[in-house]
Design a protein around this ligand. Structure first.
Ligand code: ADP
Ligand code: TPW
Ligand code: MG
Length: 567
């Protein structure tokens, strides 16, 4: 289109698409509708990948996990008010997890929203988003689009990564500008996540502390997995010989069968370590806040984190290292030349002894012959197949399905395990599955509680529509935690924790051309999982688990209110 001066014209949505493309943001996860439908079409037109979902929360989760995998902000596209709000849970979750993403949402007419005149899907979205994300911006003029996106990219990936909200008004998307001027505004953001090099004094202090330690421990968190400093973290762990504990999404940074892994001696090492080095792991509830009966009160702490305010947040940190993990680990490995760090041999021996004892206990559970299956003999079947397919992605959510799954399923490569994360969110499952399959171009196996799966289950249509190589195991114990609880009032309604134990989830995927299996024994799980992986076809395996074997809230039942009257 041309204007009256014969200049070629463009509009806000085209410029936005060009700006995304120029910044290498080549995949967009979303749900379309007024006012962003045409923008999604233009994305495909210029060669961006647009992945359409059934619900915005899953689109947002897909964007978030792709951000975690790549260090580039994942992009989620939503429509105004309800679509925006559906995506907001994923944006908040990404922010809490430290995953970089940008939720781009269309919004309705500002003048009508501002006067609260009841516009179609009218909501003051930017102000709603602010408390739930790292930063929120609105772009009102086409000449500001490139700058607006640059601000969003920098906010998402610099410092501690997180979610950013970017509001595009209907007026902006449709507003015309001459193409030549618009093109001049476009640019690629340079070094959006600049290095943050820690002070050498902080490195020295930490190494000195470690050199004096008798019972040192390294805890590796998902910030370390995100940082992609795999080689240096491995080198530091192996050169020092210090036992390490991976947090859930840091599993595989060093393989779970590594001789220095202390995962199977978690209780002992946390209780007894005299110096603990945290690499990209917060002392939040997942680590009992660094306090209480699980921790050695006299132990000293080293913490490597890019966020200065994280230091001393729950407990005094004796040697803070503020900087990016890649730079910090460079310096730490280099510093080994001048510091002699070696755990006492009886510390290593006691960790190994504890591991052996716990392996024996675990083996007894895994080798259970119970039918209906329990979590352990079912998970052993999954583990045996995954041990032969090491380089695939594993998504895991639920309560027992998550906690037992995390302990039983081994990971061998970095950034292959995606789960409920810092908030313990149900519903990340299918979004993560799709995000991982699209971004990583590898097979995905999801291990899902029957309740957890239900939160995003409709996305099996998305999985089938895009022909993704995904096998979903549904651990069907007929409930949230348990399927065997009674209705305490004796009425006909199922109890609050009950779901349908005889549900055939596998039939859901058949409706969309996928493959469904019903497994009642570990051998069947093994066979069907092998078939699912080999065929690369979208597959659901409904795994029948005894409704009575789950534990309330999995491993975190202690977080329930401690009421005097126990039901
Ligand atoms: P986990 O749940 O695995 O224990 P957390 O999400 O609690 O991990 O902690 C991750 C930490 O890693 C956050 O405090 C975050 O600021 C930090 N972090 C993320 N990326 C980097 C990085 N590149 N360099 C340094 N710290 C990082
Ligand atoms: C968004 C509360 C925690 S775990 C869980 C719920 C509903 C489901 C557990 O049942 P599942 O697993 O998945 O069948 P299993 O093996 O123990 O039976 N809403 C959100 N997030 C959370 N965490 C909840 C509710 C919850
Ligand atoms: Mg269940």
């Amino acid at each position: 289109m041309q204007n009256t001066q014969n200049q070629e014209m463009t509009d806000g949505m085209h410029i936005m698409v060009e700006a995304l493309k120029m910044n290498g943001l080549d995949t967009v996860f979303g749900v379309i509708g007024i006012p962003v439908t045409d923008m999604a079409r233009h994305m495909q037109e210029v060669g961006l990948r647009y992945i359409g979902f059934r619900h915005e929360q899953s689109a947002g989760n897909a964007a978030a996990i792709s951000g975690f995998m790549t260090q580039k902000p994942g992009i989620c596209l939503t429509v105004s008010a309800p679509g925006f709000l559906n995506g907001l849970t994923a944006l908040a979750t990404a922010t809490v997890n430290g995953f970089p993403m940008i939720q781009i949402s269309g919004s309705s007419e500002r003048p009508k929203i501002d006067l609260q005149q009841g516009d179609y899907e009218g909501l003051d979205q930017m102000n709603v988003a602010k408390p739930f994300c790292k930063a929120a911006y609105r772009i009102d003029r086409p000449e500001d689009i490139a700058i607006g996106l640059a601000r969003a990219i920098r906010a998402a990936v610099s410092g501690r990564p997180g979610g950013v909200y970017l509001d595009l008004t209907t007026a902006l998307l449709g507003s015309m500008i001459d193409k030549a001027s618009a093109t001049k505004t476009l640019f690629k953001v340079l070094e959006p996540a600049p290095k943050s090099i820690p002070a050498s004094t902080s490195i020295d202090r930490a190494l000195t502390l470690l050199a004096a330690a008798k019972k040192p421990l390294i805890i590796i968190g998902k910030g370390a997995a995100y940082a992609q400093a795999d080689a240096n973290i491995k080198a530091f762990v192996e050169k020092t010989g210090i036992p390490f504990l991976p947090m859930s999404m840091a599993k595989g940074l060093l393989p779970d069968d590594h001789p220095q892994s202390a995962a199977a001696a978690r209780g002992l090492v946390m209780k007894e370590a005299d110096v603990v080095m945290l690499i990209g792991a917060r002392l939040n509830w997942l680590l009992a806040h660094g306090k209480g009966k699980h921790w050695n009160p006299d132990g000293k702490l080293i913490q490597i984190d890019i966020e200065p305010q994280e230091i001393d947040s729950n407990r005094r940190i004796d040697a803070p290292i503020v900087g990016d993990i890649a730079s910090a680990m460079d310096a730490m490995v280099a510093g080994l030349g001048t510091h002699n760090i070696k755990p006492q041999s009886d510390w290593v021996d006691s960790v190994n002894k504890e591991k052996e004892q716990n392996f024996v206990k675990m083996d007894a559970k895994l080798n259970s012959t119970s039918i209906p299956m329990n979590y352990f003999n079912a998970l052993k079947a999954v583990r045996d197949v995954l041990d032969k397919n090491k380089d695939i992605y594993v998504v895991n959510e639920g309560a027992n399905t998550l906690d037992d799954g995390r302990n039983v399923i081994n990971m061998y490569y970095p950034r292959r395990r995606f789960d409920c994360g810092t908030w313990g969110v149900m519903g990340v499952g299918m979004g993560y599955v799709i995000g991982a399959a699209i971004t990583g171009k590898k097979q995905v196996v999801a291990i899902e509680g029957d309740s957890a799966f239900g939160f995003s289950g409709m996305e099996v249509e998305t999985i089938c529509r895009y022909h993704l190589p995904v096998t979903i195991l549904i651990f069907n114990n007929g409930g949230i935690y348990k399927g065997s609880d009674p209705n305490l009032g004796g009425g006909v309604d199922p109890s609050p924790t009950t779901l349908m134990a005889d549900a055939h989830y596998e039939k859901m995927i058949e409706a969309f051309g996928g493959v469904g299996y019903h497994a009642t024994t570990p051998d069947e799980i093994k066979k069907y999982l092998e078939q699912g992986i080999a065929s690369k076809k979208p597959t659901i395996i409904n795994c029948v688990i005894d409704p009575a074997v789950g534990t309330e809230s999995g491993h975190i039942g202690n977080l329930n209110p401690k009421s005097a009257v126990k039901v």
